[in-house]
Design a protein. Structure first.
Length: 371
């Protein structure tokens, strides 16, 4: 992997000259009008059909290419149901209807917890990423993320009385964390190939770093069952899925948010067909107290927001789950180790550094146009 460097001045100039109307989708931004914009509920021509809603604590935007509006509407309804179901039945650690919540309740039990096939595969991937990232990526930080109340930040609730947890509290919570302390055994539910999860008492899974990745995987599975949908772009906050093609065959154009001015993009990725694009950054979710900004990507060694000279990382690859996980891991690892990790998975990576420099892999450079 080669590294490409750009200077602060080129980034800032680019941001100032940004043409907002040219992207199909930008992470966390409103859908830009296209040449033949359709609108769910209003359009009567050939689409594309656009929908905006909320799920998983984030804004969901969809651009759907189908011949008929009813087909696009059913698809967007199915996608929203799928996202709500994913939260409710699988990954929420708050809702007692979810598998993760039940798994967390089983922590400390000698019998362990029989995981579904899907969560077995997900946790296996997360453990591998933990190993390869030398512990930077860790889905067992539940005890710590709860102390910070990160999901409350996401819900956008006022946190006037926020104060960071004390070092002592963090140290105590960290004793209950660490992927090296959980075990997956080949004896899951009813011989269906699921694994059994053993966690020590007090340990809690937090799948926040891969939730949107799993959502992209599920949306892809849904798309495979819907041949009437010939193209789609689905944006879930910092994660975007592209699929198929536009009616007129033009490539997808996905904006990468400028961490220095989140209403702008630093550039556009031009892509054909199916891709996943995930961005993690310290500007995505944070709180401020006494002039200090606390963001939501934690260093598993300290339990505190990772101290990094990276502002944001964008990963481009086919696989949704790994794409989302890698963006979090690479934020903590920084460009040198992060680029190596992304390369191990065949992923492309782009880092926006605190001094404005952009560092990207060769494959990323090929589809990136600076704004
Ligand atoms: P977002 O959820 O905004 O898309 P990320 O994908 O980067 O952002 O994931 C951040 C979330 O992952 C946090 O809100 C938290 O739930 C969880 N998390 C924080 N630090 C880590 C870490 N070091 N490893 C794994 N998960 C983490
Ligand atoms: Mg992530």
């Amino acid at each position: 992997m080669k590294h490409f460097f750009r200077t602060l001045s080129s980034v800032l100039t680019a941001a100032a000259l940004l043409c907002c109307g040219c992207a199909d989708m930008g992470a966390g931004k409103a859908v830009q009008p296209g040449a033949q914009e359709g609108n769910g509920g209003h359009g009567d021509s050939a689409g594309p059909w656009r929908y905006t809603d909320t799920a998983m604590g984030t804004v969901v935007q969809m651009t759907v290419y189908t011949e008929r509006q009813e087909e696009a509407e059913t698809f967007s309804g199915q996608t929203m149901e799928l996202l709500a179901g994913l939260e409710r039945e699988e990954i929420s650690w708050r809702l007692d209807t979810s598998e993760v919540c039940r798994a967390n309740e089983s922590a400390g039990s000698a019998q362990g917890f029989p995981l579904s096939v899907e969560l077995s595969a997900l946790l296996s991937d997360c453990l591998e990423l933990w190993e390869r990232s030398e512990g930077a990526f860790d889905v067992t930080l539940g005890a710590v993320t709860r102390l910070w109340n990160i999901d409350q930040w996401a819900a956008g609730e006022a946190l006037e009385d926020f104060s960071p947890p004390s070092e002592e509290l963090l140290a105590r919570a960290l004793e209950h964390c660490g992927s090296g302390r959980l075990r997956l055994a080949e004896e899951g539910a009813a011989g269906d190939g699921g694994l059994r999860l053993y966690m020590p008492e007090g340990m809690g899974l937090d799948l926040g770093a891969v939730g949107k990745g799993l959502a992209m995987e599920k949306a892809l599975a849904l798309l495979a069952d819907r041949p009437d949908v010939t193209g789609a772009v689905i944006s879930l906050g910092g994660s975007i899925l592209t699929y198929g093609s536009k009616t007129e065959g033009a490539p997808w154009r996905v904006g990468i948010v400028d961490p220095f001015d989140t209403s702008d993009s630093i550039g556009i990725l031009t892509l054909e067909g199916q891709w996943c694009i995930s961005t993690s950054g310290d500007y995505e979710r944070y709180v401020e107290a006494d002039g200090v900004r606390y963001h939501h990507i934690l260093d598993p060694e300290t339990g505190a927001p990772a101290v990094s000279d990276v502002r944001g990382v964008t990963i481009l690859m086919k696989d949704g789950l790994l794409c989302d996980g890698l963006s979090t891991a690479c934020y903590i690892l920084g460009p040198e180790k992060g680029m190596d990790l992304a390369g191990q998975y065949g992923a492309e990576a782009l880092f926006v550094m605190a001094d404005g420099e952009i560092v990207m892999s060769e494959g990323m450079e090929q589809c990136f146009t600076e704004q």
